[in-house]
Design a protein around this ligand. Sequence first.
Ligand code: MN
Length: 724
Amino acid sequence: MAKLREYRKKRSADATNEPFGDDDAASSDTRGTLSGAFVVHLHDATRRHYDVRLEVGGVLASFAVPRGPSLNPDDKHLAVKTEDHPIEYLEFEDVIPEKQYGAGPMIAWDRGIVEYLEGPAEEEIANGKLHIRLRGMKLRGAWAFVKLAKSVKGDEWLFFKKNDEHASKEKKIIDDLPRSVMSGLTVEELEGAAKIGEKLVARARGAKKLSHDLLAPKKSPLVSAASGTVEGTDFVFDPELDGVRVLATRDGDVVRLVTFGANGAPEDVEAFYPEIVRSMRSLPVARVAIDGQLVALAESGHPSLALLAKRAARFAKGEGPRAAVEQPVVLVATDLLAIGDLDIRSLALEKRRAILTSLLPELGFLRAAPVIGGSLDPIIAFCKAHDIAGVIAKKNDAPYAHGWIWVPSGAAPRSRATVDHEAGDAERALRKVSVSNRGKIFWPEEGYTKGDLVDYYSAIADVILPHVKDRPVILVRYPDGITGKNFYQWNVPPGMPPWVRTISFEEDEHTRRGFLVDEPSTLLYIANLACIPLHILACRVPNIDEADFFTIDFDVKQSELRHAITLAKTLHGILDEIGLPSFPKTSGQSGLHVIVPLGPDQNFTTARGLADLLGGMLVARHPDIATMERVVVKRGPKVYVDTGQTGPTRAIVAPYSVRAVPGATVSTPISWDEVDRSLDPRAFTMKTVPKRVAKVGDPMAELLKARPDVARAVAKLGDLVRPA
Ligand code: MN
């Protein structure tokens, strides 16, 4: 916590898109760091610079290097030590919004492993010298940071390459390799990434429309090779790399890496490759399908199936984060099947490969396989010399279809390892949410912890999920509990599991993101993000323009619950009369909500119109206790009948949602019989509601089945309000 104090002081969690950091990692006092992950960001802020960040004791020690790294040992570049960054920053790549600290685009220019050569990193930094070895995609070999003796503030250092086989006086690495290792974009392109994506899609014009089946296939769409003879010219030769063949797809934030067994059945393996998932999500196109090979590179640079198998085994044992750092994996893409809304399998290979090469960088977690053409003999000789089993010959003018030819090189067969994604129960590994900071106090008065919150949501998953399923859920995070700062989660948090679905919608010219909480693991994931209440929109994907319920909120802040009860009962009577079902719940604070389901095919205008009309009738019938006055001070000691919670971007607190208030009260569905003088909303808390649900079930269950005749109800309501 203390380590990130300066980082957090400079940023406001609700305005920046940067990670705020998990306290677990940062507070653990891990002395003696001898190795870890590193990232080099290229940051185009007020002044363009590179940020070299090295993992030390659970955080990233950061140095701003204006001139960037140089492979020439004579170039000793100034490096200014800046505040420690949270470990999640390893995955950060985005445009930091205007007016925020460090505003401007930032790409992940390099990633890899750092080793501290002369002792624990903490001691080295304290002593003002840091000798390291980098194993990145771009930066390799020995480097040093040395603190300037005359450093005024103690934060000025020199950063330089040490002499070894990776040093070079000629190569200009920052000019030669400008692209991100995640998105493949340059820092200049990042802000206009969507435009770059559109241009790539435009190059595939003429292809047919993409069907969703290709993004979530039930059987393998991957083409395989058969033996045969290569006749004629105009072939591409793809050497067979030791790895795992996958179909890699992205559909918005949902990324899948699918292998196909001997029977052609798909197996999702994305949980084992988070860096590939993160990179797929950062591509400039929202939909893509790639045919490629997942490959673990040995230190020599050669693909190693044994290393890939070892890594998968460590993931299955729950050692994923460490294994991902120590054994990075890349996806070598050999074909592009879909881009944007187009299925491009009918286009010529040459065209598909050209688009693929523009989409993916040559060095990165995702990379386009080099296009190797020419005559076959020297390529086969090269493969034999390098222990590569052979090449697949593919015709340049052919669509994505069978007809590929396998040409063995005659290299001695290696001992083949098998990569077991089932090890330790793949399904469990896939959906496992590891809860951090269980003991952290979230409700200081009661002593309730984050673990209590997670346990609550897991206990009531069966009753809450049907109510939130397919609805955009707006997340408000309380990383320090109910008394700390809270903020909306409008972007994809680093490390978000590949199976968490999100949906974007427009609100006041901003693109907002709702999360789709359809299964217990997603519920646990968001509880682990310290989201206390769940706010839902009154619509379900894909029909987000259709309202399927409206809410009338009886706000008693300036009045009393008994008046809200009177009003709710009157409302119930009117709704019964016009044939609309209605379901009460406590707001979880002091008031009451009445939810009126509308069924399918209704819009927000109808929903809001009905809510307003009903609100007006309640005020007319009970002018002494009800008001719809928007100006708070003009309301007087009356119940505020709030009908404004229905609209395409208006969210209400979900049934069974915990509130971020003392007592950890829950917005609890109740039966109409319970809406009486004895009702005590404070009795429904995170601690009591699971027992209540076990006993009485869900009084709101019928809401899910309701299909009322809305047109008839509107007509009847018209009769009621019109003077006879
Ligand atoms: Mn910076």
